[in-house]
Write a protein that binds this ligand. Structure first.
Ligand code: NAP
Length: 316
């Protein structure tokens, strides 16, 4: 791909979209375009079609979505289903109409059935029922995967879907009400350290196992999908390695230099015992992660310290 190829990154200010922009810029790409949701509301079908027909990018990365945790999914099921379908339908359909050859759609590991065997393989898609707490979001994402698959099949275009595991890194959400486990722990340990190394209370037993990927590695995977024609329609992206929540807490505690105790509140729920992606498909075509958890957490904590006080507000 030429370095002056016009690439549109939908959601370029988000955690994943901004990492994709950094990664492309680092590789020398000079013709990146993005629009904020204020400048271009991706829920507006005509506006999206007009934009793509005017700009005619060669490739589109869809990193735009209405995202949120269990609470938000539970409180706003309609928006999670409808807005995500609108955003991706408008982008995918307009891309097809505008003759755009390359499209990378980003989903999430929640597309896989609740009780699918671990590690999660791509072929488990639609083999059983979903986790009810985020089925709204998951169903929207599954329709995006299927639309891209249908376009590959019917129009022979290079539309591909990547399903990331839990991501963390720059521009993460550190709001304790809505954040994921890793950024929430960074904030808790940092604040406890500042507070004379006070004890840190964490939810559950610490035994569930989770997989994490540094968002810059995810961006590298997106760039890989952009620069290569991937032979299949769906790929998992992760490290392929999981750790216990207790190990995660100790790693973060160590990076931050917190010297107090960790107290596990076992009255609180643990959630799914294990969630790990099978990443052998991505590996077999030549891509794998490069940032180990310790290094990724160090980089994320540095970013947290540099940006403390200026985190984006939670939209709801
Ligand atoms: N973060 C994770 O751990 C994780 C894990 C797995 C998968 N993913 C996937 O990665 C993708 C991006 O997630 P993220 O964590 O980067 O989310 P994020 O930080 O919340 O960013 C989402 C972006 O979407 C844009 N957006 C939302 N609604 C829009 C609309 N109506 N019109 C235009 N733009 C709109 C926002 O634009 P503005 O800022 O301009 O409003 C924002 O830049 C999602 O598909 C998500 O499922 C993320």
């Amino acid at each position: 791909m030429e370095k002056n190829t016009k690439i549109y990154i939908a959601g370029h200010r988000g955690m994943v979209g901004s990492a994709v922009c950094r990664s492309l810029e680092k590789k020398g790409y000079t013709n990146l375009i993005g629009r904020t949701s204020k400048e271009l509301d991706l829920k507006n079908q005509q506006a999206v079609l007009d934009f793509l027909q005017k700009e005619k990018p060669v490739a589109i990365i869809d990193a735009a979505a209405r995202v949120g945790g269990i609470l938000a999914n539970n409180d706003f099921p309609y928006q999670f289903l409808m807005e995500n379908m609108q955003i991706q339908n408008n982008l995918i359909d307009s891309a097809l109409k505008a003759g755009i050859e390359k499209f990378v759609f980003l989903g999430s590991s929640c597309i896989y059935p609740k009780f699918a065997p671990q590690p999660l393989k791509e072929e488990y898609l639609l083999t059983d029922s979903l986790e009810p707490t985020n089925e709204w979001y998951a169903i929207a994402k599954i329709t995006g995967v299927k639309l891209c698959q249908a376009i590959r099949k019917q129009f022979n275009k290079d539309y591909v879907s990547l399903m990331p595991t839990n991501l963390y890194g720059h521009y993460d959400n550190f709001d304790l009400q809505t954040s994921h486990v890793l950024p929430a722990m960074i904030r808790k340990f940092h604040e406890a350290k500042e507070n004379n190394h006070a004890d840190v209370v964490l939810w559950g037993s610490g035994t569930p196992m989770r997989e994490f990927l540094f968002v810059d590695d995810m961006a590298e995977a997106v760039v890989y999908a952009l620069e290569n024609e991937l032979p299949e329609y769906l790929y998992n992206v992760g490290s392929g390695k999981d750790i216990t929540i207790r190990e995660l807490a100790e790693t973060i505690q160590n990076v931050i230099g917190h010297q107090g105790q960790i107290i596990w509140d076992t009255e609180k729920p643990d959630g799914t015992p294990r969630k790990l992606m099978d990443v052998s498909k991505m590996k077999s075509i030549g891509w794998q992660y490069s940032t180990e958890l310790n290094e990724g957490i160090e980089k994320t904590y540095d970013w947290y310290l540099e940006n403390i006080g200026s985190f984006k507000e939670v939209k709801m």
